[in-house]
Design a protein around this ligand. Structure first.
Ligand SMILES: *[C@@H]1O[C@H](CO)[C@@H](O)[C@H](O)[C@H]1NC(C)=O
Ligand SMILES: *[C@@H]1O[C@H](CO)[C@@H](O)[C@H](O)[C@H]1NC(C)=O
Ligand SMILES: *[C@@H]1O[C@H](CO)[C@@H](O)[C@H](O)[C@H]1NC(C)=O
Length: 289
């Protein structure tokens, strides 16, 4: 199976290709022209949709009965075919200058960065993965390490509008538009934004970390709404060397003790807790024992 061609049956050019036994050059040019015209019309109609969102719509469009895509995402988390597909979904940084709203701010994460930075002895050139990074600036834990310590990383955000904003920040890290899969979630998540439906794939943490190509991760930051425990449980900690973890969770949910117990059993200790009573949220920093 190849994943760069006509596996998505709903692609118009694939239907044409299958229907017509013979593909003349003229016909091909005509189709390419059609696609260009179609795409440019789409861009005009939906100003906020980036090329990635279109990609997402193409792969997970509402009219999809595409068994191949569904079966791809139900492969085991560590399957080569799935990991290499996700690797291709990762978008490299643009190389353009930062376009931040608050360029003078250093720590967007309520003091967590300093705690982690001190624990890691101000390590330069580390590697981070941040899940649920929103626009990549507000609340981002990893931005400090990217700017001040020259770290590299992968930031992940499923929401189409936030992901689009993230791309405009020109972070120096790779980005991935995906949600995180657990035993309790589907293989894709639907977003409805001004009458448009977006279907974003949900991936196992193991798949994401393998696709990042890094086994040594200095910081894993998780900022998801009350799925932290499920997500942490799905991480194979024996396969990756994760030095520090930053987790945001909603205060008062019973997952706080569960998270501490679970991560302690995985060889971590809680290093810092910051309780934000106003928004009923806490940040926890865990470090490897
Ligand atoms: C930071 O430096 C101290 C003192 O040199 C050392 O004991 C410690 O292991 C270092 N921490 C890490 C995470 O490398
Ligand atoms: C910078 O970000 C703003 C939104 O904060 C956006 O409107 C603008 O297009 C961005 N500029 C560039 C060059 O990406
Ligand atoms: C998810 O379900 C599978 C199969 O039922 C099970 O083996 C695995 O331990 C579960 N994982 C978690 C994190 O609960």
């Amino acid at each position: 199976m190849t994943f760069d061609g006509c596996y998505a049956k709903m692609l118009p050019r694939c239907r044409y290709r299958r229907a017509s036994g013979l593909l003349s050059v003229a016909f091909f040019v005509f189709i390419v022209f059609q696609i260009i015209v179609l795409n440019s019309q789409k861009t005009v109609q939906t100003v906020e949709s980036s090329s990635d969102i279109k990609e997402g719509r193409r792969l997970f469009g509402e009219n999809t009965q595409d068994d191949q895509i569904s079966s791809l995402f139900s492969h085991p988390a560590d399957s080569t075919v799935l990991v290499s597909y996700v690797y291709k979904m990762i978008k490299l940084p643009s190389g353009a200058d930062y376009n931040l709203t608050y360029p003078h701010l250093q720590d967007f994460a309520r003091g967590q960065c300093q705690i982690i930075d001190e624990y890691l002895n101000k390590t330069e050139n580390g590697y981070f993965v941040e899940i649920g990074v929103l626009d990549g600036e507000r609340h981002s834990v990893s931005l400090f390490f990217e700017r001040e310590r020259n770290w590299n990383g992968l930031v992940i955000e499923p929401h189409p509008e936030h992901y689009n904003q993230l791309l405009h920040k020109n972070r120096k890290s790779s980005t991935l538009q995906a949600c995180v899969k657990t035993n309790h979630t589907e293989t894709k998540k639907e977003y409805k934004i001004s009458d448009q439906h977006y279907f974003i794939p949900c991936l196992w943490m193991e798949t994401i970390l393998m696709a990042s190509g890094h086994r040594n991760i200095d910081l894993l930051a998780i900022n998801v709404k009350s799925k932290e425990y499920d997500i942490l449980q799905s991480i194979p900690f024996d396969k990756f060397d994760i030095k520090t973890l930053s987790i945001e969770f909603t205060k008062g949910s019973d997952s706080e003790m569960d998270i501490i117990k679970y991560l302690t059993s995985q060889g971590f200790r809680a290093q810092h807790e910051f309780a934000n009573h106003l928004v009923k949220k806490s940040d926890l920093v865990f470090v490897k024992n």
